[in-house]
Design a protein around this ligand. Structure first.
Ligand SMILES: [Zn+2]
Length: 267
């Protein structure tokens, strides 16, 4: 790393946790999610476009000038923070750098936890999440990722709270101990995942539905996709969270009948 802001042991534990988050597809998909570690004068954060799963085998982190970034946040000055880069590896800091700087804990871990997102996309998410998480957290209404989101978090932040649920986006967990922070993140994800599974209700299934070029998975949890309910198809065609748009476009291609699918597949 070539800097004295962090100890070697801090860095290696931080990278190990970043890797463990990155290799769990329920928490991080592709280049999504980001992690950071702070010292008094700087912050090491995942670089834009890099993948957390590569934390141990590639140089994916950028060191940035923390006081300078915090000054910009105080002044509400949106910026790419390129002039705040300290490291010399030609990487640019993540789009989500500003909220990492804003949250005043040594470690900030942000993931696109599928269980969190599944529970944070309904109109009554906040109340539902309160029942399920059963500890203090900040519910952040949806804001566009980047500086706008950071300004939204700034309005709600409380120094003692380490858990942030981002509506239609994901989960942030902060702390001064890397293991504790990682375990808290897993704990929140698992609580929400379990609740979702327990509440799963079987839907009416179209018997013998056959679709050319597709094989429907014969498992309870995929039965949702076999439902004849047209409202579900209409729902699937919307976007629920930023990665949805990045990976799937404005909506998941949906179809209700074999004939319609055939028309879609221009082979
Ligand atoms: Zn995110």
């Amino acid at each position: 790393m070539g800097n004295s802001s962090f100890t070697e042991s801090e860095i290696s534990k931080f990278k190990e946790v970043s890797y463990k988050l990155g290799k769990n597809p329920s928490l991080v998909q592709a280049a999504g999610g980001n992690t950071s570690i702070k010292s008094d004068k700087s912050m090491l954060i995942k670089a834009s476009g890099t993948w957390l799963i590569n934390s141990l085998n590639k140089d994916i982190f950028v060191e940035v000038n923390l006081p300078s970034i915090n000054q910009k946040i105080s002044n509400e000055h949106d910026d790419s923070f390129e002039e705040d880069i300290i490291s010399k590896n030609n990487l640019r800091p993540s789009l989500e750098t500003s909220f990492h700087a804003l949250i005043n804990y040594k470690y900030v871990l942000h993931v696109h936890s599928t269980a969190t997102i599944a529970n944070a996309i309904s109109s009554d998410s906040k109340n539902e999440l309160e029942k399920q998480i059963n500890e203090d957290f900040i519910f952040v209404p949806y804001y566009r990722p980047g500086f706008t989101l950071t300004m939204g978090i700034k309005k709600l932040i409380k120094p003692e709270i380490k858990i942030f649920i981002l509506e239609n986006h994901g989960l942030i967990v902060a702390g001064d101990d890397i293991e504790e922070t990682y375990n808290l993140l897993l704990n929140i994800h698992n609580k929400l995942d379990k609740t979702r599974n327990n509440k799963f209700t079987n839907l009416e299934v179209t018997e013998g539905l056959e679709i050319d070029n597709y094989r429907l998975k014969n498992s309870e949890k995929y039965r949702l996709f076999m439902s004849p309910d047209e409202n579900l198809y209409s729902l699937f065609s919307k976007s629920f969270y930023p990665d949805h748009v990045i990976f799937l476009g404005p909506g998941i291609p949906t179809f209700v009948e074999k004939i319609k699918l055939k028309n879609l597949l221009v082979i």
